[in-house]
Design a protein around this ligand. Structure first.
Ligand SMILES: Nc1ncnc2c1ncn2[C@@H]1O[C@H](COP(=O)(O)OP(=O)(O)OP(=O)(O)O)[C@@H](O)[C@H]1O
Length: 377
């Protein structure tokens, strides 16, 4: 099915072709449980048509924020607007929102088609339109041939496709997804993750997605917000957050990184100068840093190994001296474990690159400006 056929959908809230809908604006929304904030006063602007992910560890407030957007929880403070309308006190069923949760929540006694049709029946859509919409949804979620099956006769991944089809059948303005891939094994998670993204794009639906899995967030999101202790600590594209983490928490939460203590010696716009041991390096400036004590975050794929005593290589700066402790072949990359004067670190090398051996002394090199700085804690 093409985007245009979906936009011409027979759903009760079918939108005009090209219409941008599903803008979510959270303003100063907060909620406490027994006096303890589960969500500190929070602002968030999710753009129409965007795939936005709330990423954070368990208990960081992701589900609380999602449930407030859904209308399943009332905020103690603040307002929520969808497409410019204040829906802070609007009941869930009138918010024009679709949900997909981790535990499929399908009706076990209804077939795939009947599950998808359910909400359309509740809204009293005529039978012919319902049938056409169900057929479209079955095609969209790639479940052709499964319409007559019951949930118990489907795999977990297929059940989640039904849940997606059911949620999208009513052409919601916003699709809310709370760890929808959490119950699936790794292979299926990857496959269905790609499908969720395709379905979101084809249906041109704004998506707000909750996960604690950084890889999942990277694959899916246009932008994401990293949450910690009831706050969104940083917002941006996956690449921005990965390359320019605001603090140590974000740097560590978004994937493996090597951390070297340093001292900020200069700052000029987007660039900074940092001293690590005896070496001066060009780094990315971080406006969140106040003092001079910093930590340099260098991702394993950013580390380059050079021979000790070699003249400085063009385009590379020396970070530290290190000794190789272990070499592991991991298929697409070779992981080199090193000890840099007591700091355990790791470099990812292309498997076709020269292979160092355990015990070898090397120089750790980086490209100027690649090192990210965060405040020392
Ligand atoms: N009904 C409740 N009563 C009291 N405290 C609650 C309740 N629901 C959630 N909390 C607390 O609010 C905080 C945020 O919870 P929330 O479920 O939003 O986190 P989360 O990031 O979605 O976590 P998870 O990934 O484990 O689902 C946590 O500290 C949690 O213990």
């Amino acid at each position: 099915m093409t985007l245009s056929t979906l936009r011409r959908a027979n759903g009760p809230h079918a939108a005009a072709v090209g219409e941008r809908r599903g803008e979510v604006v959270v303003s100063d929304i907060g909620l406490d449980y027994n006096g303890v904030p589960a969500l500190a006063d929070t602002d968030l602007h999710v753009h129409a048509g965007e795939f936005f992910t709330l990423l954070g560890p368990s208990g960081s407030g992701k589900t609380t924020l999602l449930r407030i957007i859904a209308g399943l929880l009332d905020p103690a403070r603040g307002t929520l607007h969808i497409d410019g309308t204040d829906v802070t006190r609007t009941p869930t069923q009138k918010r024009d929102i679709g949900f997909v949760f981790q535990n499929y929540a399908l009706f076990p006694h209804l077939t795939v088609a009947e599950n998808i049709e359910y909400g359309l029946k509740v809204r009293k859509l005529p039978a012919a339109k319902r049938a056409a919409r169900v057929a479209e949804m079955i095609e969209l979620v790639a479940l052709g041939g499964y319409a007559g099956r019951y949930p118990a006769q489907l795999s977990g991944g297929q059940q989640q496709r039904v849940a997606l089809g059911r949620a999208l059948a009513q052409n919601p303005r916003v699709l809310l997804l709370d760890e929808p891939l959490g119950a699936l094994d790794r292979g299926l998670r990857e496959e269905l993750g790609a499908e969720v993204r395709r379905i979101q794009q084809e249906s041109n639906t704004t998506a707000v997605y909750v996960t604690h899995d950084q890889e999942e967030a990277f694959i899916l999101s246009d932008r994401m917000g990293v949450m910690r202790d009831g706050r969104i600590v940083q917002l941006g594209t996956p690449e921005q957050l990965y390359r320019e983490p605001k603090d140590l928490f974000v740097a560590k939460f978004l994937g493996k990184t090597n951390l070297f203590p340093g001292r900020l010696t200069g700052r000029d716009g987007a660039s900074a100068l940092v001293r690590v041991g005896d070496h001066d390096l060009a780094a990315r400036a971080n406006p969140a840093i106040q003092g001079e004590d910093v930590v340099c975050s260098v991702r394993p794929e950013q580390l380059v190994l050079g021979a000790v005593g070699d003249p400085a290589q063009p385009g590379l700066e020396r970070l530290a001296a290190a000794t190789v402790t272990e070499v592991r072949f991991l298929g697409q990359r070779r992981s080199i474990h090193l000890d840099a004067d007591g700091i355990a670190c790791a470099a990812d090398l292309d498997p076709s690159a020269p292979v160092p051996v355990a015990g070898e002394h090397v120089s750790l090199l980086v490209r100027p400006g690649e090192v990210a700085l965060v405040a020392a804690e």
